[in-house]
Design a protein around this ligand. Structure first.
Ligand code: ADP
Length: 294
C-alpha cells in the first residue's frame, strides 16, 4: 500500500501554430481541460497502471476546478486524504502546445502551497511514500522525516528541478530524476555516471525520454531502453513512469522488472493526449509487454 503526497492541478490546454512570444497574441484551437499536477498524475499511475492500493494526500480549493480532479482520482481508485483550502484557488496550469510539440507552461500552485506538515495522515500500513516538488519544501522534508522514522520507504521525484538539502537527501531511499533534474540535484553538468557518483541516495533512477532510463540500485547499474511507440504527446510520461515504478516496487518486483513495467507504462502514455487521461490501465501495460515479447 502506498501514499502519494503532492500536487493536483487542472490543466488548461490550448493548441496553437506556435507559442506566443512576449507581447504577442496567437489564435489557438482545440481548447480542453485535463486533470493534472505531478502528484495526482503519479497517484493515478500507481493505481491504474500499477494496480497498487494507492492513497493520496492533496490540497484543493473550495471551487469548481477541484471537482474534475477529485473525480479523476476516484475513478482511478485512489483513496483521498483531502485538505480543503478555503482561501486559495485549486492549483491550475496554463499550457500552450505548438504544432511542433513544443510547450510553454505557467503553473498557479494555489491550494497546493497550503499542504502543511500537520496534514500527514497515519503512515501505518504504508510501505512507500511518493513525493514530488510541487508542494512546499518544508512539508516534503517533514513528511520524509516521518516516513523514515516509521520505516516507510521514501521515494522522491525531484521535479520540477530544485536544489535538495543534504538533510532531505539523507532521508530518501529512491530518487527519480530526468537529465535536467539530475544536473540540478548533483550540481554537475557532466555525464550521467559522474552526476550519479555525487548523489548519496541508495537508489537513483534517471529517465532519458525516448532513450529509456538507467538506475543505480543495490543490484548494481541497470539500463532499460525505451519501447518504440508512435509518440504524439509526452505530457505525463515521466509521471506515469514514476507511479508505475513505485507500484511495481511496492508489490515486490525486482528492479529490472519494475523498470520494464514503468517504461512500458511511460511509452503507452506518450501515445495519447493529456496527463491523467493518457495513463494506461494495468491490463494495457501487461498486454503491451506480452506483445513486445516480455
Ligand atoms: P520527464 O517527462 O519527467 O522528463 P522522460 O521524458 O524522461 O520524463 O520520460 C519518462 C519515461 O517515459 C522514459 O524513461 C521512457 O521510459 C518513457 N518515454 C518518454 N518518452 C518516450 C518516447 N518518445 N517513446 C517511448 N518511451 C518514452
Amino acid at each position: 500500500m502506498l501514499l502519494v503526497a503532492g500536487s493536483a492541478n487542472l490543466d488548461f490546454v490550448v493548441r496553437a501554430a506556435h507559442i506566443p512570444a512576449p507581447g504577442e497574441t496567437v489564435l489557438g484551437r482545440d481548447f480542453k481541460t485535463y486533470p493534472g499536477g505531478k502528484g495526482a498524475n503519479q497517484a493515478v499511475a500507481c493505481a491504474r497502471a500499477g494496480g497498487a492500493v494507492t492513497h493520496m494526500l492533496l490540497a484543493l480549493g473550495a471551487d469548481a476546478f477541484a471537482v474534475p480532479l477529485e473525480d479523476s482520482l476516484q475513478e482511478a481508485g485512489v483513496h483521498l486524504h483531502l485538505v480543503r483550502v478555503a482561501d486559495h484557488a485549486t492549483g491550475t496550469a496554463f499550457i500552450c502546445v505548438s504544432d511542433d510539440a513544443e510547450n510553454a507552461i505557467t503553473v498557479a500552485p494555489g491550494a497546493n502551497l497550503a499542504l502543511r506538515p500537520a496534514d500527514l495522515p497515519s503512515l501505518e500500513g504504508f510501505t512507500h511514500l511518493l513525493m514530488q516538488l510541487e508542494t512546499p519544501m518544508d512539508t516534503v522534508l517533514a513528511y520524509a522525516r516521518a516516513a523514515n522514522e516509521q520505516g516507510v520507504k521514501v521515494v522522491l521525484n525531484a521535479a520540477p528541478a530544485q536544489h535538495l538539502s543534504a538533510e532531505l537527501l539523507a532521508l530518501v531511499d529512491v530518487l527519480i530524476v530526468n537529465e535536467g533534474e539530475l544536473a540540478v540535484v548533483s550540481e554537475n553538468q557532466g555525464p550521467v555516471a559522474e552526476c550519479l557518483a555525487r548523489i548519496q541516495v541508495p537508489c537513483v533512477v534517471v529517465t532519458l525520454g525516448r532513450k529509456g532510463c538507467c538506475a543505480r540500485t543495490g543490484a548494481g547499474f541497470l539500463t532499460q531502453p525505451a519501447f518504440d511507440v508512435a509518440a504524439i504527446d509526452t505530457t505525463g510520461a515521466g509521471d506515469t513512469f514514476c507511479g508505475a515504478l513505485v507500484a511495481a516496487l511496492s508489490q515486490g518486483n525486482d528492479w529490472p522488472q519494475a523498470l520494464k513495467v514503468a517504461s512500458a507504462a511511460g511509452a503507452l502514455a506518450c501515445t495519447r493526449w493529456g496527463a491523467q487521461s493518457s495513463i494506461p490501465t494495468r491490463v494495457e501495460v501487461l498486454d503491451f509487454l506480452k506483445i513486445n515479447g516480455l
